[in-house]
Structures are given as structure tokens and as C-alpha cells.
Design a protein around this ligand. Sequence first.
Ligand code: FA5
Length: 338
Amino acid sequence: MPESRETQDTQTSETVEELKLAAVAALDSAESEEQLEIWRVDFMGRKGRLTGLLRGLGGLEIDERKIVGAAANRLRGELEVLFEGRVSQSRSTQTPVGSIDITLPGRKPSLGGLHPSTQVVREITQAFNEMGFQTVEGPEVELEKYNFDMLNIPASHPARDMFDTFWVDSDTHDDILLRTHTSPMQARVMESNDPPIRVVVPGKCYRYESTDATHEWQFNQIEGLAVDEGITFADLKGTLYEFARRIFGPSQKVRFRCDYFPFVEPGVDMSIEWKGDWLEIMGAGMVHPKVLENAGYDSTKYTGFAFGMGPERISMLRNEIADIRHFFANDLRFLTQF
Ligand code: FA5
């Protein structure tokens, strides 16, 4: 008896073992979800091979049935775990049409950068911010009143010719233009604020000019305005000298010469010494009493200074850029050098 039992145990447990080997090999070679499903039906389904084996247990002796039944149930558990693993592996490596291929190696995303005009505008406004000037911005589409009249340039004034103007077509208005300079913000800031005022105004300006290496029809300006009791020309010179030191270096020489702008009196231009030459970088002056009065200020009590510069021209000097038109040509070979 003991001998015969041993023989039978070995035979039936081998059957479970054989089924296990066959099931694992077939599972390994299943390559798609369809083939996995076929495997599931073959081995684990109601009419599958494992179920067949369990059904055959009824013909065994009670003791044998217990042993083989336990082995078969263990196998069922193992095969279920293996099957689930293969299904989730197959789902995670599938790349549906049109989706991202997650198996591709990583690539560095290309990063954008600040436009060279923005960089120099920010550098200059920050220098003035550190000296107590606040940055404000204003409209590029402007009224004639602010661009000219309030700045002491009435309609018949010959100084209007200095600013070749783009006028905006409108059925209802004939006084809308693209601002030719940032100076209209002098009038706007004074109109809605009381002194003391210290502001810088960066922004785009437009002039109906033919272009060349130093002239664009669109360019940036940075306006400055300080108004208070007791402001003198010495304050103007001291502020602009400090600006030049911060932007061009501590030993930068500057020069002021008389110039004419209808909204300042006296008016000057400021040049910097550059490679043995004097190069003009901005217009400036003491705010004209009429401009103060146009804004409702008492010109016997308040004085002020104003200035306006072209940041692209300053960037051209520092970076040895030969032609201002590079700034707006949108050529990445130029733009990515900054
Ligand atoms: C003015 O526009 C005055 N509003 C400046 C000013 C403000 C004077 C406050 C006094 C008090 P001007 O036309 O010179 O001035 O222009 C000032 C700067 O803008 C120039 O020095 C130059 O750097 C820049 N600029 C003028 N026209 C162009 C242009 N077509 N292309 C590029 N930059 C220009």
C-alpha cells in the first residue's frame, strides 16, 4: 500500500507540475492582449486545462485528492498573479497611435529668452528705480493733445515737423496718432498726480521715417520726469551722470550741450565719450513752465527736469551692433546672441 500510494502521488503531482511548466511557457510567449486572453481561456477558463485537472480529482483516493487538490489550487493562485502581471506589463508598454512615445530618450526643451530691447530697457529702468524713480507705462495709441499740445507744441508749431507722425484713420476723430515719443506721459503723469514726482516711462514709439542704420520706424524710448519744489539743473546733471556710471561703468565721461525741445527750458543733449568720440544718447532739460501750468501745477512753486533716451541706440553702443534694424528683423541668429 505505501508503495502504491507513493507512485500515485508522484504521478498526479507531476501532472500539476507539467501543467505549470506548460502554462508558464505559454504565458511567456503570449505577445499581445489577444494572445493573453486566449491563454486565460485555455488554462484558467471554465473548460480550461486547470479546471479539467481539478475535475479529475474526483477519481482519486481521498488522501491523494487532498494533496493534488492543494497543489492545483496553489498553481491557480500563482498563475493568476503571473497573468495579471503580464496584462499590466503589456498595457504599460503599448504606444497607442498619436500618443507620446515614452521610450524615446529625453531631450532638452529649447528655452526662450528676453528680447535684447527688453533686456536693456529693464537694465536702465532698474538703474533709475534704485535712484528712487518709479516705472510707469502709457498708451502707444495716443491723443494729439498729450503728444503735442500739452507739451507746448501747438498745431502750427514748426517743432511738429521734428516728429514725423503716423496718424490713425478714424471716422469720428482726427486727433489720434501713434505716439512719436514717450514724453506725452509727462503730461499724463502730472495731470493725475501731485508733486513730488519721480518716474521713468519705457515704451514703444513710432515715426514715419525712412529707416537706416540708426533709425527705425518703431523703437523704444525711456522717458524720465522729476518734479518737486527746488529741483535744479544740478539735480538733472547729477542724476544723469549717475545713470551713465551705472550703465557704462564708473569712469564714464559725459557731456551736456545746448539743444532745443519745446517742452524744456533750458534744453540739452547728453553725450558719452565712446572710443575717442562723443556720442549723443539722449535729450533732456528743465520742464518748461508752460508744461507745468498745462498740467495744473504752480510753476512759481514747482520745478522739474525731464529726459528721453533710445535704449536700442545704447545697446548698439555697448554690443557693437552696426544696424538698429536687427532688433526688429526677428532673426534668431541675432536674437540668440544676447
Ligand atoms: C525726443 O523724442 C524727446 N521727447 C526727448 C526728450 C524728453 C527731450 C524729455 C527733453 C526732455 P529725440 O527725437 O531726440 O527726442 O529722441 C530721443 C532719443 O530717441 C534719441 O536720442 C534716440 O536715441 C531715440 N530715437 C529717436 N528717433 C529714433 C529712431 N527713428 N530710431 C531709433 N531711435 C530713435
